[in-house]
Design a binder for this molecule. Structure first.
Ligand SMILES: [Zn+2]
Length: 283
């Protein structure tokens, strides 16, 4: 993808700050964080069992050239998210409130408890922030076999920003109410989770369409790399890799085909009203 000149001031780069040592993991924080939406289907027990581990502190150090470049890139994608969503909200008579983006390594404190690399990128509704450890993308390439391009990173960020949009629109609040009511089975709540995640993919596609119309940043192969990443982290793919079989009832993020479908639907339609994954999946 081509770079634009836009940079956001809402990126908090904590890499190299040595901040990991100040954190006491475990306790309530870890439990809360296991309940929020992950980009990867993931296994919350892996996070819970690592609770209390504050040994992996990082030394304070200067960021290298490559890391500084990554920081610039994240500021650029954040700016393009802000511009696009401000426009879509304004077109619908609403005001957009930008999210914060926190870049960290190893672990850091979030409004949802301790953020750890193993969790993959996530959005915390409590402090309206996206948390990203860039090592996730190495894992995506090595473990999940997706070719990672700059636009892959843009897609993942746009997906997390999609959760922020859901937060602003009250969607996350409603799903949280359903969960807290205790009236629904685990299976039913998994379907709510799938609808939430696929809508974030739809919003990511919508973001790509709007932003590209404005900035003309897409290059051949970019969309394909986003689709490849979406497919790589489909629940069926992850389950096949981790347990050797697929159990649809335990899906939390949607199948590879669904993730691709909803991302492309957002991109092709360019219409936020086409993104009602809840109506389509929960009847
Ligand atoms: Zn998500």
């Amino acid at each position: 993808m081509k770079w634009t000149d836009d940079r956001s001031g809402n990126v908090d780069d904590r890499r190299g700050s040595g901040g990991g040592g100040a954190i006491v993991g475990g306790g309530l924080g870890t439990i809360i964080i296991a309940a929020i939406v992950f980009f990867l289907g993931g296994d919350p027990s892996a996070i819970l069992s690592s609770g209390g581990n504050s040994a992996s502190r990082t030394e304070q150090r200067e960021l290298n050239q490559n890391e500084l470049q990554v920081g610039e890139f994240i500021k650029m994608i954040t700016a393009e998210n802000e511009e696009t969503w401000a426009k879509i909200f304004a077109d619908n008579g609403m005001r957009y409130q930008p999210a914060k983006v926190v870049l960290f390594e190893s672990q850091t404190q979030s409004g949802c408890g301790t953020a750890q690399s193993a969790m993959g990128p996530f959005y915390c509704p409590a402090d309206q922030s996206v948390y990203m450890d860039m090592s996730f993308f190495q894992e995506l390439q090595q473990k999940f076999g997706a070719k990672v391009t700059e636009f892959t990173i843009a897609y993942v960020m746009a997906h997390e920003m999609g959760h922020h949009v859901q937060n602003l629109l009250g969607t996350l609040g409603k799903t949280d109410q359903l969960r807290r009511s205790g009236k629904y089975s685990e299976e039913e709540m998994n379907r709510v989770s799938v609808a939430t995640e696929l809508q974030a993919d739809f919003y990511a596609g919508l973001w790509a369409r709007y932003s590209n119309e404005r900035e003309k940043f897409l290059e051949p192969g970019d969309l394909e790399s986003a689709v490849e990443a979406a497919e790589a982290v489909g629940d069926d793919n992850i389950q096949k890799r981790s347990q050797g079989y697929v159990n649809q009832e335990s899906f939390t993020h949607g199948s590879s085909a669904q993730r691709k479908e909803w991302f492309m639907k957002g991109y092709n339609s360019g219409d936020i009203k086409q993104g009602d994954t809840f109506n389509q999946l929960l009847r």
